[in-house]
Design a protein around this ligand. Sequence first.
Ligand code: HEC
Ligand SMILES: [Cu+2]
Length: 376
Amino acid sequence: MARCMSLLASSRMLTRPRMSLAFTCPTQILTGIVPGKAAQQCLRWVSAAPMLVLAGCGDRQSALHAHGANARRILDLIWSFSAVAGATWLLVMLVLAAALLRRRLSETTRSPLEIDSHQERRFAQAVGSAMALTVLALVMMTTASFFAGKSIASLSGTETLAVRITGHQWWWEVRYPGDDRSQSIVTANEIHVPVGEPVEVELDSLDVIHSFWVPNLAGKRDLIPGRPSQLTLIADKPGTYRGQCAEFCGYQHAHMAITVIAESREAFEAWQSRQNAVASAPGGEEERRGQQAFLSTGCALCHTIRGTPASGTVGPDLTHLASRRALAADTLAMTPGALAAWIADPQSIKPGAKMPRIALSADDLNAVVTYLGSLE
Ligand code: HEC
Ligand SMILES: [Cu+2]
């Protein structure tokens, strides 16, 4: 960006003949001797800027589009704090402008060391009232923030459903505890909730500190290893809301997204009963071969597919993989091509991810993709 700014500042370099330089150093950029490639890069930045700004206007992951009681309290706070901060900034700028203007108008000959007691008193009054105003604003903002927190906390205890989320580098394990163990649903990176009902989200981590943040629905809450925390989530409009880990947790932190799907009670219950079932048995020759390859090449050491001997817990539960919308914490869409690319070489898609590259023959890879793709 700095490179870009200095390039913009001196447009003559865009027309300057290209010099034969092997590299650019800051002084070369500043003096305007820059190869055409840097200029091109800069133009790309400039043309991308409006898109970056507009990207902030989407409402799938935005604290400015509150779709739940919890998020609305926070949005009210955002607006009131912004209003106070904006008004303060405006006031300071006005006073500054007035001071500069006055100084220019009244070029006095008086020495700055001379003290005018009348003026001193006025200064003291002005500083005193500015301080009083600041204290008043702080007290008002603290009170607003206290009541917002209280109102958010008052939602807890009214939940109709509990979801247990465990943070892993770099994906979210999602469990819906059932009355008995066989009834508990395990999935990953995707939470389904009935619309309009408060849901208790219990958070914990097994490795480092993560932070759960679905801005449309609720504020942030950290996941601290060994210190479970909880949060109440309400979605008052059906839809798909995106969230992201909001605490830097390592190399693939940026690829650790979570999706909340809010749907009607009936749709939610239908989803729940499909998820409760064990995985469907392989339907054909290809799927049988896929399952065999899955069980014999080490995948089963890290992944569970309920209804098969695969019971690893290092990676996401794959029992109903194909019912999810995305792969690897919203890094890829759920398509056969993306699934094949992920299994063939996860490290090229999410370098550092805790899934190793496992060499499979092309036929085995295809079969595994067909098999996993059938796990609706
Ligand atoms: C050493 C443990 C390990 C082994 C072995 C392993 N995986 Fe994984 N797998 C993971 C982890 C961890 C993730 C989550 C990666 C992430 O999103 O950062 C994952 C993610 C996946 C996903 C995406 C799941 C989702 O919901 O996003 C699929 C599909 C998958 N693995 C298939 C396989 C297959 C097929 C094999 C065998 C060829 C295999 N894995 C072997 C650990 C493993
Ligand atoms: Cu994280």
